[in-house]
Design a protein around this ligand. Sequence first.
Ligand code: MTE
Ligand code: MO
Length: 393
Amino acid sequence: DPYNSDPLRHTALKAAAVKPFNAETPPFILVEQFITPNELFYVRNHLPVPHIDPETFELEVEIEGRNKSVILTLDELKKLPKHTITATIMCAGNRRSEMTKIKAVKGLSWGAAAVGNATWTGVRLRDVLKKVGVDEDDKSLKHVQFEGMDFDPTGKTYGASIPLWKALDKRGDVILAYEMNGVPIPPDHGFPIRVIVPGVVGARNVKWLGRVIVSEKESDSHWQQNDYKGFSPSTDWDTVDFTKSPAIQELPVISAICKPLDGQTVQVEDGTILVKGRIRRSCGPRTKLSTSVGYAWSGGGQKIIRVDVTTDGGNTWHVANLDHQDSSEPPQHWSWTLWSVRVPIKPGTTNVEIWAKAVDSCYNTQPENFKNIWNLRGVMKTLLTGSTMDSSM
Ligand code: MTE
Ligand code: MO
């Protein structure tokens, strides 16, 4: 069993699949810290975790068809200028389980925590590409392909690609990372080298990086060509044509309520609401207040400028406090925003539906419901977050 030598994992991670290992952070823990601890960071593996000896590790970098290539050891890579960014990585399948309630989709049943925020240190990909002699003015070179060192039984490796402009742009902040939150990247997250493509869907952030190929073409891997693409709600598995949709790169704006969770019972006692023993808030005598705590994020380096929350189907909105947000400006705002809000609950209420709607710095916002953005792969679920809360008085 090739999965026998997978690393040990934190028991708090909630597994959606075991072989390959896929697990998410419990949502209420996720929003407790701006930086997600390594051992609680969600894991999305498609294959067994490869074991790579840092002493013999070599990264191959080449320009396809130009007879240009370099091989770099870990030490050689680390001699290049060091660059650190804080970036949120999110799986395109995040919140898929909610989309499934509309109509079945293919894919792992993720909740709202296939996402995390970490500080990544490494070298700029543009510095590595300069070393191999990429000419910025060569317009025929359009993509950078990445190959992981994890492989399936036929020997095929995980792969993905991004547009070359993103890799060459100084403000693109694409790095070949060797540290996650100040320590060597853990085995599940890509030891010893992983690409971090901030603002772009998790699938392009290739772990256990072995090869970088500058090319005229996108990666021909399954995950670039026949997965991680969006379609019309009316496209089904009989009519889908994967060649007709572009591969997902930047993700749209999203938000999620992590406290209270869907269906969670909230106690209201003596003007105090207890949310699963984790949050205590005192409330005025007439209007009962409750607290929602969640995250919001947008792709492409956009920043969250507002999160609106309603408990009455959108008749009145409460503007959330943006509690944790880093100061970087768009289009280099790579981290999520953690938010909270106190919302009035009418006395006697037994069932409340809470919606959150984030707005990003392009003034893009989230659609009203899943029905109109449903897609057969269950990717990019950017709708308003519905969270039901039963409050027992
Ligand atoms: N890289 C390799 N080599 N193999 C993989 O299976 N999964 C991708 C991406 N990079 C994957 C990979 C997907 S779909 C996601 S969402 C992220 O890694 C997950 O990163 P994480 O496990 O560090 O959270
Ligand atoms: Mo993913």
